[in-house]
Every structure is written in structure tokens, then in C-alpha cells.
Design a protein around this ligand. Structure first.
Ligand code: ASP
Length: 598
């Protein structure tokens, strides 16, 4: 190695020791002919002092930011009055005997210590410079620690790490596939895996028994703070296992990871059904760092004269001390409530005299006093009420609750939550057919099998389906949530071909499609497939929260921009005519024309 010590290791060396250090010039100062600079390596900074009047050190006069250097020098105490308490190496400095320029650097396109304010297009174009920043260095090391802890924990539990293929036929996870054209079979395409779902189920049929993988998954959907085209999932599956076994196993892994990466941050694990999560917090991924539940008020208005409150479900949110919220903010929230399907939003500012609200005149004194009683609202608080069907009421207030009260996702503590018993179907599509809430391989809840039969009958008879009934059928699926971010989903799987076909029928997947897309799975189920269950969580999301980042792009070495571009390698890019021909492809003329315009 060209170095004897990393910067931080100089602290434990002796004064007067000779050290060899390598790194980059982080800052540079000239003081009366003497040149001071901070040398940065992956562990931190150390101050180097060089006197250019000493023959071979003359070159330090020309050293600029981000020059890559090798220094040989002696560790000395910094003179009194020049200590830097903020730097771990702030009491010492290295007096250079030799300075070797391993490589010079052009002036940087942006200042590294100001990179947070630089446009992502530029930052990602020069991501290798961005990576030099302590923040990103730290994040990538946290990520490596998380991956290591996950591997160790699953291996200790007897899981086998297995890699599944990247070039596959489509796996339905509800997003669009990325596709790869085949050269040997022109006109045919592989899909890149949205997840290893079917392959891991087949590993169970293959007797692997307990599988895990740190798997790259690709989904062509709009990018957000918690979403990239490519992401990494911890994917696992277990045979002869129940939901409780999966939850125990994954909880142990998450616990180990958190204990290793963020030992001092308070953490807790809870479990709650989907219905309770929706009913209490209005969302299937509640952030339990703040409680403020939705308060059931339907009974209070049982006999109300106020038309808007003659609804299936009325709930309130009591936002403490926010009674002075501006009128424009209230109007904004009302608009949002309407967009989400509610007739409107009722707001009340709680005052010493009663309530200040445009609807107060339509309510009786008893109704208002019972409302204050049930919500425990005090002077200065804001009450928000929605009256609609249960689903909409929950959804609207759950959204407003998050908007008003939710702290940044990475703020401590760590509140892990398992949400269980998700609906089997999220609703009906445009053609009135049920849409799976998770994926079509999820086992219905044992207590709702009769409902599944009823639904199947209705479909066979060609009856119009009732969305409320369809949504009321539960499944054996579960999500883990951390600080209001969905970490991932899993389920007990269907392991019998007859049940799987039955669910495909309900979803309106024709016999022909069942055979062409899932024939291999159905075949496998006919060879003694064991019962199995599994789960997957997003490592990017977990690492982001543990690293104190609110955007997963900060914990990925090479993220894409919000529009899915990689400004560094310029992907996606065109390919030449010869390559297209080899793949049997033509670009449509209107796309070519657009491309030329751009
Ligand atoms: N394949 C699922 C997903 O990616 C996870 C699972 O069911 O195990 O969400």
C-alpha cells in the first residue's frame, strides 16, 4: 500500500512518528509562505504543513483542491491556539517531508461542501466527485453494514442465499416491466424482474426450504423520494411456515440490523391489522412516531339535521394547538379532501366560547359539546371532520393527518410496524374485475374463504360486483412499515394449482393466459409443492432511514434523476442501426422524429 495510516489512525500514532498518507486536497491555505492543507481520505481529514522553500516541497505552491497526493511526514502537535476541536485529528498535524502528486485535478464543476444545493443533473453527472463527500461515503458504508448484518442474520437462522435470474418472463407485481430484446430470438423480449417472486416460490417446490437473496428489482414506474427504477430488496421465502414464522424471522433480522447500525436510537416493533390501521390512522402505513388517531364520531351525529353529516362514517382529527391555522391552508385542505373523494372538509377552531366554524350553526349545542367531549379538544385546537363512506373518511383524514403532523421520515425513533390481514383485492378495475392488492399468488384469509366462493359464484353468474364486498375479503398478507414508509410486503402463498387457478379465474385471467404466463408455476404446484410464505423489504428505504436521509437516492451509489436519466453514463441512450437490425427492431418514425427534434 502507498499509505501507512488512514487519517484517523494518526491519532493513535506517536508524536514524531513518520507516516505515509494518501488522499485528496480538501482545503488549502497559504500562511506567510508556509502551505497548510487538509488531506482527505475515506476516514476523514488531517492537516498537513509544508514549507515550499525546502527544495523538493516547492511543488506544494501549485497544489489545488482535489489533487490526489501521497505525503510522507512526521506527526507533530499543533501549536497552542491552533487546535481544531471539531476535527478528530484536530490536535495534531503532519509536517511534510515529501509530497508526491499522484494526479492533478481540474477545477471542480461544483464545490463539494456545497453539493447539497447543486442541481441533481450536475451532481449525478459527476457522481464520482459527489461520492467523495463524507456524507455519501458514510451512507454507502452504512449500506454495506446493513447488507452484512442481513446476510449474517439470515444465515444464522438457517437460510440459504440463492441468486435468481435477471432475464426472465414478466412477474406481475403491478408495475410496468423493463424489457430486454433478444438477439437469438428476434422479436422476443425478456423482462427484467420486478421481484424474484415466482423463482423463490419455485425454490420452495425445489426443497430449498429457507431462501434469501439481496436482489435487484426493476420497475418502470414514476420516481419519487422513496422510489427508483432499480432498487434492492431483501427477498426471503420459507417452506412449512406460517405468517407468524415469517414475521418472527424478519423481525429478528431488522432488530439485528438496527442494533448494529443505530444502536442508540430508540426502536420498537408492533403489529396491527390492516383494518385497525385504516380505522385508527386512515392509512395502511401509519407512522407511529406520533399518535393523534382519528376519532370515531359517527354515533354523535346519528340524529343530526345537518345533511352533510348524514353519512356512513364520520371521523375527526384533533390537531392540537393549530386552531390559528390560516384560512388559505384550510381551503387548500378542503380542496385536497374533495380530490380524494369527500364531499368536503368540516373545520372547527376550538375557542373558549365554543367552536368557530362555518357549519356550527347547523349543529345542536349537544352535538358540539359531545364532539368536544369525545375528541377532548381544547381551546386553541383545530378539529377536522370528514363524513363519507368509511373508506373515504379514513383515507382523507389519514392524508391530512400526515400532511399536518408527520416529521421527516428519518427523524428518530425507529417505529417498526407489521400491518397484517390486508384485503385480497384493492378494488375493481375499469372492467369491473377484482384487482389483487398484493400479487395474485397470495392466499386468502382462512376466515374469508366462504366470501371467496361467493365472489366466484357472482362472477360465474355474470353479476355486477359490489366493490365494498370485494374489498372486505381479507388475505394472509402483511407489510412492514418503518416511520410511515412501507418497507415491503409479503404473504402466505397459494401452493395448490386448483386454488391458484381459482384466484386467476376471479381476477379474470383467461385459461389461455393462465397457461401461457403461469403454466410453469401451475405445473410445479402439481408436484407436491409445500406450503410456503415469504416477504421482501426495500433495502434502500431501510438504509435511508437508518442513515438519516429522507431520499433513497442519497444511499445509492449511482441513482437516476427524477426523470430516470443517468447523467453520468447518459443512459438511456440510442443504439445504432446495426444493433437494432440484429435485434429485429425498428424505431417508430414518430419517435425518431421526436428524437431528432430533441
Ligand atoms: N414479491 C413481493 C414484492 O416484491 C414480496 C413478496 O411477496 O415476497 O413486493
Amino acid at each position: 500500500m502507498l499509505r501507512s495510516h488512514y487519517s484517523n489512525e494518526t491519532i493513535s500514532a506517536n508524536i514524531g512518528d513518520e507516516v505515509e498518507l494518501c488522499g485528496w486536497v480538501d482545503a488549502r491555505r497559504d500562511h506567510g509562505g508556509i502551505v497548510f492543507f487538509d488531506l482527505r481520505d475515506r476516514e476523514g481529514l488531517i492537516q498537513v504543513v509544508a514549507d515550499p522553500s525546502v527544495g523538493e516541497l516547492e511543488l506544494v505552491k501549485d497544489i489545488r483542491l482535489e489533487y490526489c497526493l501521497r505525503i510522507i511526514g512526521k506527526i507533530e502537535n499543533r501549536p497552542q491556539g491552533t487546535l481544531n476541536e471539531e476535527l478528530p485529528t484536530g490536535k495534531i498535524e503532519v509536517h511534510a517531508k515529501s509530497v508526491e502528486v499522484l494526479n492533478a485535478s481540474d477545477p471542480l464543476p461544483f464545490q463539494l461542501d456545497k453539493a447539497d444545493n447543486v442541481d441533481e443533473q450536475i451532481r449525478y453527472q459527476y457522481r464520482y466527485l459527489d461520492l467523495r463527500r463524507p456524507r455519501i461515503q458514510r451512507n454507502l458504508r452504512i449500506r454495506a453494514t446493513v447488507n452484512g448484518a442481513i446476510r449474517k442474520s439470515f444465515t444464522e437462522q438457517g437460510f440459504t442465499e440463492v441468486e435468481t435470474p435477471l432475464l426472465i418472463a414478466s412477474t406481475p407485481e403491478g408495475a410496468r416491466d423493463f424489457v430486454v430484446p433478444s438477439r437469438l430470438s428476434p422479436g422476443k423480449f425478456y423482462a427484467l424482474p420486478q421481484s424474484p417472486q415466482l423463482f423463490k416460490q419455485l425454490l420452495m417446490v425445489g426443497g430449498i426450504d429457507k431462501y434469501f437473496q439481496i436482489a435487484k428489482c426493476l420497475r418502470d414506474e414514476d420516481l419519487r423520494a422513496d422510489r427508483q427504477f432499480e432498487f434492492t430488496q431483501l427477498d426471503m421465502e420459507m417452506s412449512f411456515a406460517s405468517q407468524a414464522d415469517v414475521l418472527d424471522s424478519v423481525t429478528a433480522v431488522l432488530e439485528n440490523v438496527a442494533a448494529q447500525v443505530a444502536p442508540d436510537v430508540e426502536r420498537s416493533f408492533e403489529t396491527m391489522t390492516w383494518f385497525d390501521a385504516m380505522d385508527r390512522y386512515g392509512i395502511d402505513k401509519p407512522d407511529l412516531r406520533f399518535d393523534t388517531p382519528l376519532i370515531e364520531c359517527t354515533q354523535i351525529f346519528n340524529e343530526t339535521e345537518f345533511r352533510a353529516f348524514q353519512a356512513e362514517s364520520i371521523k375527526a382529527l384533533c390537531v392540537q394547538t393549530q386552531g390559528d391555522i390560516s384560512r388559505s391552508k384550510l381551503d387548500e385542505m378542503t380542496e385536497k379532501s374533495k380530490k380524494l373523494g369527500a364531499g368536503g372538509l368540516v373545520w372547527m377552531r376550538v375557542t373558549d366560547e365554543g367552536v368557530d366554524s362555518p357549519v356550527a350553526k347547523f349543529l345542536t349545542d349537544d352535538e358540539i359539546s359531545e364532539l368536544k367531549n369525545v375528541t377532548q379538544a381544547k381551546t386553541g385546537d383545530l378539529l377536522l371532520l370528514v363524513a363519507s363512506d368509511w373508506h373515504t373518511t379514513c383515507d382523507v383524514l389519514g392524508t391530512l393527518r400526515n400532511d399536518l403532523l408527520r416529521p421527516p421520515v428519518s427523524n428518530p425513533p425507529l417505529k417498526f410496524l407489521w400491518v397484517t390481514d390486508f384485503p385480497l383485492f384493492e378494488g375493481l378495475n375499469d372492467q369491473g374485475k377484482p384487482v389483487p392488492a398484493h400479487h395474485p399468488f397470495t392466499m386468502p384469509h382462512p376466515d374469508d374463504r366462504e366470501k371467496v366462493e361467493q365472489l366466484s359464484e357472482q362472477i360465474k353468474l355474470g353479476q355486477e360486483l359490489d366493490e365494498v364486498f370485494v374489498r372486505s375479503i381479507r388475505s394472509q398478507s402483511y407489510d412492514a412499515v418503518l416511520n410511515g414508509w412501507e418497507l415491503g410486503s409479503g404473504s402466505v402463498r397459494i401452493h395448490r394449482a386448483d386454488i391458484q387457478c381459482h384466484i386467476f379465474d376471479i381476477l379474470g385471467i383467461s385459461q389461455a393466459e393462465q397457461n401461457s404466463r403461469f403454466g410453469f408455476l401451475l405445473d410445479a404446484f402439481r408436484f407436491g409443492a409445500p406450503p410456503h410464505a415469504g416477504y421482501a423489504f426495500g433495502i434502500d428505504r431501510l438504509v435511508a432511514i437508518l442513515a438519516g436521509e429522507d431520499n433513497i437516492r442519497e444511499v445509492s451509489a449511482y441513482p437516476k434523476t427524477q426523470t430516470g436519466q443517468d447523467p453520468l453514463s447518459k443512459a438511456p441512450s440510442s443504439i445504432d442501426e446495426a444493433q437494432l437490425a440484429e435485434l429485429g427492431l425498428n424505431i417508430r418514425p414518430e419517435v425518431l422524429a421526436q428524437d431528432q427534434q430533441d
